[in-house]
Design a protein around this ligand. Structure first.
Ligand code: FES
Ligand code: FES
Length: 159
């Protein structure tokens, strides 16, 4: 089947999509967007987190056909062209990236949190990121990165 959708603001089409194919597979293998990672393919790890019509979803659990005509935003669409988004810069500065497998999903989830809550407390950050598993960092650096991005945003720095 043919799937047509808007990805990171651009109309995209994927042809010959099998009915059982996931949105994650289409993004990575057909549309050249490998940022969203496939770690569990069972909705458990959050490494494939993307926006679907503005709502966070695990792309591995979304059938590609469900994306027909809808808006998708992936980690590749957080920044502005080559410029990293503030949350991406904060992850780098805080040392919150090790192997990086969890990072795309965490970035999308953290970005979403900061859109909803400009100055989240620790409990709010932990809750927002609870669906995103990391095997490497111990999470403290990730929390540091989100705090850093929130602080910078509160200080009026450009997003
Ligand atoms: S790969 Fe989708 S939740 Fe793990
Ligand atoms: S940095 Fe390796 S899984 Fe999170």
């Amino acid at each position: 089947m043919l799937v047509t959708c808007i990805v990171n603001g651009e109309p995209r089409q994927a042809d010959d999509v099998w009915e059982g194919e996931s949105l994650l597979y289409v993004l990575r293998e057909r549309l050249g967007l490998p940022g969203s990672k496939n770690a569990c393919e069972q909705g458990e790890c959050g490494s494939c987190t993307v926006y679907l019509d503005g709502i966070l979803v695990c792309a591995c659990l979304v059938a590609a056909g469900q994306a027909q005509g809808r808006q998708i935003r992936t980690v590749e669409g957080l920044g502005d062209g080559e410029a990293l988004a503030p949350i991406q810069q904060a992850f780098l500065r805080a040392g919150a990236v090790q192997c990086g497998f969890c990072t795309p999903g965490l970035l999308v989830a953290a970005h979403d949190l900061l859109e909803r809550s400009a100055t989240p407390g620790d409990a709010e950050i932990r809750e927002a990121l609870a669906g995103n598993l990391c095997r490497c960092t111990g999470y403290e650096k990730i929390l540091d990165a989100v705090r850093l991005a929130a602080t910078e945003r509160a200080g009026g720095q450009a997003r």
